[in-house]
Design a protein around this ligand. Sequence first.
Ligand code: GL2
Length: 831
Amino acid sequence: KAPAKSTAKKSSAVNKVPEIECTSKQMQQAIVDRLHKGLGTDAEKANNKAWWNATCHAVNEVVFDKLTQTQQNHSGQDTRSVNYLSLEFLMGRLLSNNLHNLQLFKVTEEALKALGKDLYEICDEEPDMALGNGGLGRLAACFIDSLATLGYPAIGYGIHYEHGLFAQSFQDGRQIERPDTWREYGNPWEICRPESIQHVPLYGYVETVFDEDGGSHKVWHAGQKLKGVPWDVPIVGYGAKTVNILRLWESRADEAFDWDVFNAGGYVDAQAEKSKAETVSKVLYPNDETPEGKELRLVQQYFFCACSVKDILRRFKRHNTDWTKLSDKVAIQLNDTHPTIAIPELMRILVDEERLDWDFAWSICQKVFAYTNHTLLPEALEKWSVALFEKVLPRHLEIIYEINRQFMEVVEAKWPGDDSKKAKLSIIEEGDDRKVCMANLCVVTAYKVNGVAAVHSELVKTDLFPEYHELFPTKLVNVTNGVTPRRWLKACNPKLAALYDDEVGADWVVNLDKLRGVLPKAKDVALQKRFMDIKKDNKIELAKIIKDLTGVEVSADAIFDIQIKRLHEYKRQQLNMMHILALYKRLLDNPDYDMVPRVFIFGAKAAPGYHMAKQIIYALNKIADKVNNDERVKGKLKVVFLPNYRVSLAEKLFPAADISEQISTAGLEASGTGNMKFAINGALTVGTMDGANIEMAEEIGAEHMFIFGLSVAEVKELKQQGYNPFDYYYNNPELKSVLDWLDTDYFTPGHPGALSDIKRSLLEGGDEYLCLADYASYSEAHLKIDAMYRDQAVWAEKAILNSGAMGKFNSDRSIEDYASTIWNLTKHPIS
Ligand code: GL2
């Protein structure tokens, strides 16, 4: 059956991309110059870190020039821009990507070779910019790449965390967290902009000041002030027609304020004030999908929103005095609820400082903000205690109250006398500990609210915000996620990229739909051979990395079956684990059990406070120890858990995967983006009908994937009926024996029961994520994988059909969707 036709709109990226003129000789000269004049060293003395630094600085000469041109262009035309506010930007490394986007990769590779250096090794020197947790942060990074590539005026606003996501290692199988020190020795990609510093008030009290005309206004007397120092990271679009910026705010103590403290209380207090101020941008909260209910987190959110809103208004005021124009010039996208506080902050500035009438200010806000929802998990919908708000942001609380008061009148008009509707929709949740519901504030204010995959956006309408949907029928929309093909194919899988250059033309990089050109040739033996040879090469490379990182030897002839993502029970690494245990048991029960050798590869960080997630890591490491050292399995089964999963490691994993594990409980993974990166690189998906898997199945054809498990509707039905995991436990002997195994000390010699709590949560705990219900069908899907892999021609055909059909899942398409349906944005590439 022919794969489904793409429903994706054609990307309107500029197809012909002009080369930047630079010869290898010139690049050599530039790098050597930077070694001498920038770093005060020379080719003899320089280590690889210095070569990396010098190369980055050489590249920056082009980047900054293009940045200046872009800024002059945007400022000269006073362009409308989108301002992407996100607490997370998971950028990874920039050198290789920037070189590809500038189309200087080959030239630089040659230049360094002539200087006796290997560009790939030099790129490996770069620490990851891990200023995010997972999918949400990486999506923001893909989006700013696409915005620049497509020539849209855009700026990313975030926090300049001193420590990004923690570095992970294992000790006796357990996760150990260490601080990530990505910029300990500086970061060549960023520029400090002291000329754009902002000041941020906090705490204190609100005074009502009566005006001469009989009116009044509010004045917020802050109890503390922070200074926000901007660091700009240039974002190079492919072809360098636009270089936008990512502006990251670093917090410092406000000197003027410190001086007062110094005079009043003495040096020690002033110092304490200084270090307290600096803690605001010190760490990224390593909590994925659960809010860290700490004061510091709220301060972090306000700090970066206040700096960003002021910066946006500063830019607006350079060319405008008429506030009605603000919504013509500015769109602010709230990436999840984390930046919601930008809404009352803009209201505060417009009403209290600019002295605009409330209704006018509110009408502006409602035209400026749009909000993306990234999850339905109830624990991830941020709610802040009113008491905390009152302490940290007293004026904002008043503003939120007034927004809510007026909104409750709208609800009353729609559902007269219905208090339950009011309770549900109110921005303030009543109770002993009253809360501010940030998602409600977003939906009430934003002119558009989007989910991140079709099924997710439907669930946002039907399950999460049904009443809001009734009230605002055109507000809730969908924009399916995508990933940048520059990083996730061209840069990370150069051999496959070269194959596509030959097969469909090099402009697939800016028009991923072009990969469809290989679909009719999926049965072509020569193409299959080239495709599979590339996969094998990538697996051999990954095998070396696995050996380096874990000491485990794996064969590139085995099926590489990979699950890489944050560790969370809803993502069900434990389901994968149960199946591994079943295979192990089958091999022990029957040493001749016929299976294609399989290497199960994991990469995942667990939030430090998430006990069960850490237990699953521990269990997988313990199982890996046992399996990998058990000669009885005859090398047919290997399990590896790679430490410190991050963007740069992901770049080595996606190209080497045969199987992509996307096995969340249906209805819980909003979209997923790893699923897309795997498929683009030719892996076959074993997955549930969840998130973007569903749309992938539409594009690829479900028959070319290994779909298993309960659907969203079936999950709901089963839960409604009353789900009992023991039914499955007692009815499936293999499942029972696997779970019982966890109670023994087989994997943790001398410590029986060390893994029992995983079993307990799956049985007595009620198995919230339905692992047992989906187990049999998951196990069956794996038998199909095993059978299919034996026919390499069929496998190759499927791999090509998967990769070639992924055009829709490119972040250029996502951005075009945002630009047309939400932002109303026009392209302004530099000529
Ligand atoms: C997430 C979702 O869980 C994930 O499914 C989605 O792909 C990304 C990007 O939209 O957003 N939500 C979230 O809070 N994190 C995600 O990865 N951390």
